[in-house]
Design a protein around this ligand. Sequence first.
Ligand SMILES: CC(C)(COP(=O)(O)OP(=O)(O)OC[C@H]1O[C@@H](n2cnc3c(N)ncnc32)[C@H](O)[C@@H]1O)[C@@H](O)C(=O)NCCC(=O)NCCS
Ligand SMILES: Nc1ncnc2c1ncn2[C@@H]1O[C@H](COP(=O)(O)OP(=O)(O)OP(=O)(O)O)[C@@H](O)[C@H]1O
Length: 200
Amino acid sequence: MKVMGLTGGIGMGKTTVAHLLRRAGFPVFDSDATVHRLQGAGGAAVLPIGKLIPAALVKNAEGELSLDRQELRKAVMAHPELIGQLEKIIHPLVFAARDRFYRRCRRRGADWVVIDVPLLFETGGDRQCDKVVVVSAPRRTQIARIARRRGMTPAEAQRMIARQMPDHEKRRRADVVIRTGLSMADTRREVRALIREMRA
Ligand SMILES: CC(C)(COP(=O)(O)OP(=O)(O)OC[C@H]1O[C@@H](n2cnc3c(N)ncnc32)[C@H](O)[C@@H]1O)[C@@H](O)C(=O)NCCC(=O)NCCS
Ligand SMILES: Nc1ncnc2c1ncn2[C@@H]1O[C@H](COP(=O)(O)OP(=O)(O)OP(=O)(O)O)[C@@H](O)[C@H]1O
């Protein structure tokens, strides 16, 4: 079974490309969704992070505890040292979930699987990939997308970007770069070419 790592900076279009690959039949592991699950009701990260950032802890109608991600984001923006502590709790749990995904896919006899990981290079995940694909768009497009979708201020977006490996360095390390700054039709065409290469 071969592993394709899909990465790129915040708002570069990873989720969009992952969706196209999933539609083409490839199993995809979504790290951001895994983080969200771990932080949601009953998730393994709720109590350890709640201890670190009590303001983010919320109780739902059923009395279950979960984390309010907007509060988490506010807390890490106000106290940047917290993000490292958050990562120390979350990353091992994400790695364990990814390993379970690999085992499931291997049992099913998958040829290729995709792992969608924003911090692939930063966490050394690229070393276990047979192919690394980086999605990339011009900085202006990236900032505009983040602002539109999440209501993050440009300053907050800049801070998240500053924690990530620079785009040009990611592109340098990539086996394949998918440009997402053009039209969706262009992105789809590049993804189709990638799929042909994987199936060859
Ligand atoms: C800071 C949090 C609360 C913000 O939540 P929010 O819903 O606003 O964003 P979301 O989780 O969807 O992440 C969106 C994007 O932000 C970027 N991002 C998230 N965490 C980080 C980080 N620690 N370092 C750099 N970029 C990050 C990524 O590009 C990611 O795709 C959340 O992202 C979080 O808990 N992050 C820490 C865990 C982590 O390292 N995640 C990265 C994936 S393993
Ligand atoms: N040519 C294109 N290719 C990809 N995405 C595009 C394109 N044109 C516009 N978009 C839009 O840009 C946005 C990209 O966001 P997406 O969620 O895929 O990025 P992401 O890298 O997963 O972001 P994040 O790291 O913030 O989760 C989407 O809203 C998508 O519709």
